[in-house]
Design a protein around this ligand. Sequence first.
Ligand SMILES: [Zn+2]
Length: 376
Amino acid sequence: MPAQIIRAARALTPTEEIVDAAVVVEDGIITAVGPRKEIVAPKGAKDHDARIHLLVPGFVDVHIHGAGAHDVMEATPESLQIVAATVARHGTTSLVATTVTAPTDEICRSLEGIARYIESPANQEPQSSLAQMTGIHLEGPFIHPQRRGVHPPESLAQPSVPTLDRFLEAANGCARILTIAPELPGALEVIDRARARGLVVAIGHTDATYEQAHAGIEHGAHHAVHVFNAMRPFSHRETGVLGAVLTDSTVTAEVIADGIHVDDPAIRLLLAAKGIPGVILVSDGTAATGMPDGVYRLGPFEFTVKDGVCRNAEGRLAGSTLTLDRAVQMATLNPAKRLGLAGKKGVIAPGADADLVLLDERLHVAAVMTRGVGFD
Ligand SMILES: [Zn+2]
């Protein structure tokens, strides 16, 4: 692959703003970034002159179920590649494939297929613009029945170390995030096990009291899934899981900022409590992402999309059609750090993967580069 130089009116790295910026990419890796006049293009470098655009790191989505009419639990190389290609068009260059509650055998089958894809050359060295799957997020089955959202009730399970071990074995080293309701019997043991195996543990789909959530955090659950959604509501005397998540600075908080899942004042409250570094934008995207209204699948069940809103047969919200082209640090640096990928993803810096997005003056995605591929 020849060296490339990208010039843009502005770049957000995202911790720094560079006016009249240039970025050099060699073999899919960023090797230099700075003001245009200080950067020398390598000999024979391909020039991308995008001086009217804003350059930002590619988005990192830690909670996404599908896109382009496919759900990650289909777990075939073809379906996973369609998901990866669809979100890449919207600026997402890394994603954590997220499963939903299903019978244990079915989850294991999906995990095996996704893990095979993650390790395949198509995902490791893209020849075309594909978001990279950097792992698997297990959302369910260890969640509270009262806060299950659209997860099928018949397949919910009590937290169990042997079941977790089955999942981890099927995921073959690719499991990255485990969502769990910390108040369920056996949950703390499962959190310990998951942490010992290097997973990020997320509190979610939970009816936990403040104390129960706090106990989960003490055991290493330092992330919270789609905060406000599928959680016991806040009260000033029993602040519940939200009291713990909002006031503990070790916990990062996902939010689905699509204007439907969470009202604006709640998002302002979240930002006021956590600060920008504590918030991670996620899409909770489904097979309907990048698709027209219609009927789609989420793991084992069907849902309907009308006016871009996903609901199951009972009318409950079933994920979203959101894409991450609506914010920067909370969609890039913060999730990369939470995944242990700081310096490699979510940043424009020497040594990072060349995952880059050009935004136009209305902040719409104009072009996307995934590990040096794209911008043609
Ligand atoms: Zn969920």
